[in-house]
Write a protein that binds this ligand. Structure first.
Ligand SMILES: Cc1ncc(C[n+]2csc(CCOP(=O)(O)OP(=O)(O)O)c2C)c(N)n1
Ligand SMILES: [Mg+2]
Length: 324
C-alpha cells in the first residue's frame, strides 16, 4: 500500500496535471455544447476532479474502474487519450465506443475501463459482478466504481453491497456525494447525514473522506484497495464534494440560491492542490503557466482530431455490441 506521504514529486505533479486537464477539458466540452451542440449532453464534473485522480492513481495492471455518468475523469487517469475521448464526445469512429455511444456507455477493456450505463446506480451491480469474476479467477486485482449520492437510494446499490460483503469481493464503492441528485438535495432523498453510514447495514467499512482533497481521496482509497487485495472484501467510501454546475448543461438551476452557488465555488480542488504544491515548492508559478499551456494545447489538438475524424459507418452499429 502506498500512502500519500510516499508519493514522489513526479507523482504529485502528474496528479495536478490530470486534475487541471480534467477541469479545462470539461470547460471546453461545455463551451462547445453551448456554442454549436454535441451528440453528448455534458454532465459537468467541475468541482469533483480530485475523486477520479485520487482514487485511480497507482492502480495496478489488471485492475478495473467503472465510472459514473459524471466521472469522465477516470478515463484519462486510466490512459485513454484526450484525442480518443474528444472523438467519443463528438460521436466519431475514433472514440472509445467507435461512435456508438456517449461517454455514459463508453469503456475500454484494454485500459481497464468497464462500460457503464446511463441508468442511475446500474453500474454498481456490474462492478460487483466484475469483482466476483476476479475473485473466481484468483486474480490479485480490484474494481473501483463511482456513483452519485442519488444512486445510493436505489436497490442496485443495496443488493450489490450486500452481495459484495458476504462474498468478500475485491470492490471499492466510491460515492461522489455532491449534495444533489439533479435538483433534489441529499436531505430530501435520505434520512441520514452520511452515505458512509449505509455500510454498517452490510458489514463493511464505511469511510468519509474530503472529496476536495486529492491526497485524502488517495489515502482513503489506498487503504480500501489494500484490504480488498488481502481478500478482506469491499469498502464504501463517501467523498464529500461539490457539483459546481447544473446537473447537465440543460439544467438552468434556480434551486440553489446565490450564496450557495458562491460557497460551492470556494471549494476548488484544483486550486486547493495547487496551493499545497506551491507551499512545498513542488510547483512554481512558472510551472503552473507551463502546465496550463500544455493542457490547453492538448485540448485544442483533441478538438481538431475529433472534427477531422470520420463518423462510424451505420452498417457497423450492431458489431461489437453483443459478445457471441
Ligand atoms: C434509473 C434512473 N432514474 C432516473 C434517471 C435520471 N437521472 C439521471 S442522473 C440523475 C441523478 C443522479 O444523482 P446522483 O446519483 O447524486 O449523481 P450526480 O448526478 O449527482 O453525479 C437522475 C435522476 C436515470 N438516468 N436513471
Ligand atoms: Mg449527486
Amino acid at each position: 500500500m502506498t500512502t500519500s506521504a510516499e508519493l514522489t514529486s513526479e507523482d504529485l505533479l502528474e496528479m495536478y496535471r490530470l486534475m487541471l486537464f480534467i477541469r479545462r477539458n470539461d470547460e471546453k466540452i461545455c463551451e462547445i455544447y453551448t456554442r454549436r451542440g454535441l451528440p453528448e449532453l455534458p454532465h459537468s464534473s467541475q468541482g469533483e476532479e480530485a475523486i477520479p485522480v485520487g482514487s485511480a492513481y497507482k492502480l495496478q495492471q489488471g485492475d478495473y474502474v467503472l465510472p459514473s455518468l459524471r466521472s469522465r475523469g477516470y478515463f484519462y487517469v486510466m490512459g485513454i487519450t484526450p484525442d480518443e475521448m474528444m472523438a467519443g464526445m463528438f460521436g466519431k469512429k475514433t472514440g472509445p465506443a467507435g461512435g456508438r455511444a456517449t461517454s455514459h456507455h463508453m469503456g475500454d477493456l484494454t485500459r481497464g475501463v468497464l462500460s457503464g450505463s446511463g441508468l442511475v446506480g446500474s453500474s454498481i451491480p456490474i462492478a460487483t459482478g466484475a469483482a466476483l469474476g476476479l475473485k473466481q479467477q484468483g486474480r490479485p486485482n480490484v474494481v473501483i466504481t463511482s456513483f452519485g449520492d442519488g444512486a445510493t437510494s436505489r436497490g442496485d446499490f443495496h443488493e450489490s453491497l450486500n452481495l459484495a460483503a458476504i462474498w468478500d469481493l475485491p470492490v471499492i464503492f466510491i460515492c461522489e456525494n455532491n449534495e444533489y441528485a439533479m435538483s433534489t438535495p441529499t436531505s430530501r432523498q435520505m434520512k441520514i447525514a452520511h452515505v458512509a453510514d449505509r455500510a454498517k447495514a452490510y458489514g463493511m467499512p464505511g469511510v468519509i473522506v474530503d472529496g476536495q482533497d486529492v491526497l485524502a481521496v488517495f489515502d482513503g482509497t489506498q487503504e480500501a484497495i489494500a484490504r480488498a487485495r488481502r481478500g478482506e472484501g469491499p469498502t464504501l467510501i463517501e467523498c464529500k464534494t461539490k457539483r459546481w454546475r447544473g446537473h447537465s448543461e440543460k439544467d438552468k438551476g434556480g434551486y440553489r440560491d446565490q450564496t450557495v452557488e458562491e460557497e460551492i465555488r470556494k471549494a476548488d480542488p484544483v486550486l486547493f492542490f495547487q496551493r499545497y504544491l506551491l507551499e512545498r515548492s513542488i510547483l512554481t508559478e512558472e510551472l503552473i503557466k507551463d502546465l496550463e499551456a500544455l493542457v490547453i494545447e492538448q485540448i485544442e489538438e483533441s478538438v481538431r482530431f475529433a472534427e477531422e475524424s470520420p463518423y462510424p459507418d451505420p452498417a457497423d452499429c450492431l458489431t461489437e455490441v453483443f459478445a457471441m
